[in-house]
Structure formats: C-alpha cells, structure tokens
Design a protein around this ligand. Structure first.
Ligand SMILES: *Cc1c(COP(=O)(O)O)cnc(C)c1O
Length: 427
C-alpha cells in the first residue's frame, strides 16, 4: 500500500513500468505464458513460485488493476471478476459451504438479494435478511452458530440506505465473523470501509469505477485484518489442508493474503469468472479520473436533489446530502466529501405522471444502468420491479411513482433545465 492520497493512487498505483517498458498499462491479450523448462512451470503449479501461466488464474493487465483497487481501498490484495455479481458470489462462497448461514442487510442490490435469497439456498447456504437500520440487539438475533458472514452495502442500490459501518463491524466481530461491504456506490474516493472495521470489500466496477458504461466487472478486496486462524474450525477452507491443491493450508502459507490467494487458486480455477484483459484496461482508464468524476457527480446530484426537493410537483426526494434526509448524519460521518450521484424521488401524480415525466425528458436517457457519465433515469415500477403489483411494490419500498435518477457529469444547468421542462409537461 502506498502513502499517496487517493487522487494520486488512481493515477500512479498498479502498473509500474520498468526501464523501456510502456508507460501505459499494456493489454496482455494472451491466454498463456511461456517458460523454458518443465521445472519452471511445475513450480508455478505447486504455488512455490509466483508467475503467470494461464489467464483464468492470473494475467498481468488484470493484476495491475487489481493492485490499484487494493491500494485505493487500503487493502492488502484484490481479485478482479467478470461482474459485480461474481465478486459478491466469490466473496461469500470463499468462506461458506453447504450447511452454513449468512446474515445480510435486506436493502441491497436486487441481483445480490436474489443470489443470497434463492441461488445460495440451492447450494445449501441459508441467508437471513435484516433491517440495517434496526438496533444492534435486534440484528444480533439473526446470528446462528453456523453464521459465517455479515454482508451490507455502504450506500444501498437503489434504496440509498447509508450503512452504519461501525455498528455492523462490531456486530460481525462480536459474532466472530468478517464483515463484507459492497462499496460500489460510495467508491473508495468517498468511503473506505476498512477504516471503519469492515474486513472485505466488494465492487461492481461496472458503475463509477469504470464510469463510462463500457465494461461489466467486479472486484474483491481483502483488508488482511480478519484472523482466520483464531477461528480455525469455522473457516477450515483457509486453515486446513486443501486437498485439491496438494494439501496447501492457505492461512499458513500466505498469512494475511490467504483469503485472496484461496479465491484465486481455488474459486477462479474452478468457476472461472475472469474479466478479459481488454476490459481491465478500460476499467483502468476509468479509474484514473475517478476522483474528478465522483466529485462532479456528487455536486451535480446535490444541486439536482435541492431543485427537486423545492419543486411543487415532487412529493419527496431520497438523497443523503439533503439535511432533512434520514441518512444525512450517517453520511456526514462516513462520507464527509459526498455520497454518490444517484437520487430517487416521487412525483405527486403517481405512476402515470412518472411515466409521462420520463417520456418527456430530452437529455436524460432511459437506461438500465446507474453511475456513468451520462444522466439516466429508470422507473422501477415499469422496469426493475415490473412483475410486482402495487401492494408488492409497497412492501418492497418502491412506490409506483418513484423515479431513480443517476445524475451524470454534464453541466448542471442543462441537467436541471431538462428536468424542469419535463416537470412542466406533467400535471
Ligand atoms: C450493479 C451492482 C452489482 C452487480 O454488479 P454487476 O457488475 O452488474 O454484475 C452489485 N452490487 C451493487 C451495489 C451494484 O450496484
């Protein structure tokens, strides 16, 4: 980990060219790597020496970007995956197996909710969802003797719930499990969960990290702080011999780097959701400007939230930067420089008005994406939550008139002018 400030790390961390090597991170678009002797390659397979041999396991382009992201979060190692979904799956599956249980905040990304509530169940891993705003004593009741992980998002997508990270870290550690935090929306520019006690951080790099909607990707970063050996029986995948890797004990051989080593040597080997070197290159280009973009996303979102909040046709706005917001104080503590560019709000006219408003927008585009340079909108009742009736929508906390707005980095006057003309067009 370097001592540079975050803006410098975004530019300088990761790829470190030697004399005569390319200044810009090269795209090692190669599946394989060449060796001169059988013995040399054998040592790589034995995990005795570090080196590249097959891109499913490791690739120099991917590794440079992984180490930049590890540095941004203040972690000791990271692994990139082909999507944010794969990152959250691997992060949990690396330390859980059939018969285990996890506890997760309920207000999380829909894809992660399905992964935990449905797909992990098919693998024999049970999940209890908790209200992240509930008192610690209440959440504590969800833990069982076989609980292995506590999971939450720094800023929940799309509910925009801001996590009390210290409360969650204490709950996790009181129950002798690591806290995994999905830090996609805040990004390490605005919040570094390890500084508040989280043990593992995940990302959908598809969002702000890329920032241009060019690649789907994910990352897992380990702080190296969770002491697997202290709970050796519980985390036996890390503390007992891995028979599929000639008996290696990850926590002994790799110490603090054990978690990412196991994820790479075992899960990536067997499940294989590796990102392409080309996508990692694009992600790296995005990372270089992350602090500039995040700052603009946040200041634009703040002004947009204030505009909407003061508008007579808007019934309410969810944005933690607004002093009246339920999460204003938590955001001030954990993200003093800003939260993210995503806002949700409801129009007084309900469902029909929301649809008419969206169809009246001229610049903001209707897309199933958030957190890229272009301002975009989504109507959950017509899109992500379309299969639900009004009562189910109410239970999911999505009112029929709710609109999710991802504020881009265009000029704020143009963004507000577009919203204003669309609002003029509805009742
Ligand atoms: C988008 C998203 C994911 C899933 O990531 P993909 O890259 O789309 O697979 C996970 N968590 C959060 C918070 C997200 O916003």
């Amino acid at each position: 980990m370097s001592n540079y400030k975050i803006e410098t790390k975004c530019i300088q961390s990761g790829w470190k060219p030697e004399k005569g090597e390319p200044r810009v991170l090269p795209i090692y678009q190669s599946t394989t790597f060449k060796y001169d002797t059988t013995e040399e390659m054998g040592k790589l397979f034995a995990l005795e020496e570090n080196g590249y041999f097959y891109t499913r396991l490791q690739n120099p382009t991917n590794d440079a970007v992984a180490s930049k992201i590890a540095d941004l979060e203040g972690g000791i190692a990271a692994m990139l995956t082909s999507s944010g979904q794969a990152a959250n799956f691997y992060a949990v599956f690396n330390i859980c197996e059939a018969g285990d249980h996890i506890v997760s905040a309920a207000s999380i990304y829909g894809g992660t909710y399905n992964l935990f509530g449905t797909t992990l169940k098919k693998l024999g891993i049970d999940c209890t969802f908790v209200d992240a705003d509930a008192p610690a004593e209440e959440i504590a009741k969800a833990f069982r003797p076989n609980t292995k992980v506590l999971f939450a998002e720094t800023i929940a997508n799309p509910a925009l719930v801001v996590l009390d990270i210290e409360k969650f870290a204490k709950l996790a550690h009181d129950h002798e499990v690591p806290l995994i935090v999905d830090n996609t929306f805040a990004t390490p520019v605005n919040c570094r969960p390890f500084e508040w006690g989280a043990d593992i951080v995940t990302h959908s790099t598809t969002k702000y990290m890329d920032g241009h909607a060019m690649q789907v990707g994910g990352a897992i970063v380990d702080s190296g702080n969770f002491d697997w050996m202290a709970y050796g029986d519980k985390y036996h995948g890390l503390t007992k011999p891995d028979e599929s890797y000639h008996g290696v004990v990850y926590a002994e051989k790799f110490g603090k780097a054990a978690y990412i080593q196991k994820a790479t040597a075992q899960l990536m080997r067997d499940l294989g959701s590796i990102p392409s070197p080309m996508n990692c290159f694009l992600l790296n280009v995005g990372l270089e400007t992350l602090p500039l973009r995040v700052e603009r996303h946040c200041s634009n979102a703040q002004k947009t939230a204030e505009f909407l909040d003061a508008h007579e046709k808007v019934s309410y706005v969810n944005y933690a930067g607004l002093p009246g917001d339920k999460y204003y104080e938590l955001a001030k503590k954990y993200m003093p420089d800003g939260t993210c560019g995503v806002i949700s709000f409801e129009l007084k006219g309900g469902r029909e008005t929301a649809v008419k408003f969206m169809d009246s927008l001229k610049m903001a585009a209707i897309v199933t994406h958030v957190a890229d340079a272009r301002t975009s909108v989504l109507h959950p009742a017509s899109h992500t939550h379309r299969q639900m009736n009004d009562q189910q929508l109410a239970e999911a906390g999505v009112s029929p008139g709710l609109i999710r707005l991802s504020v881009g980095i265009e000029n704020i006057e143009d963004i507000i002018a577009d919203l204003a003309q669309a609002l003029d067009n509805v009742e």
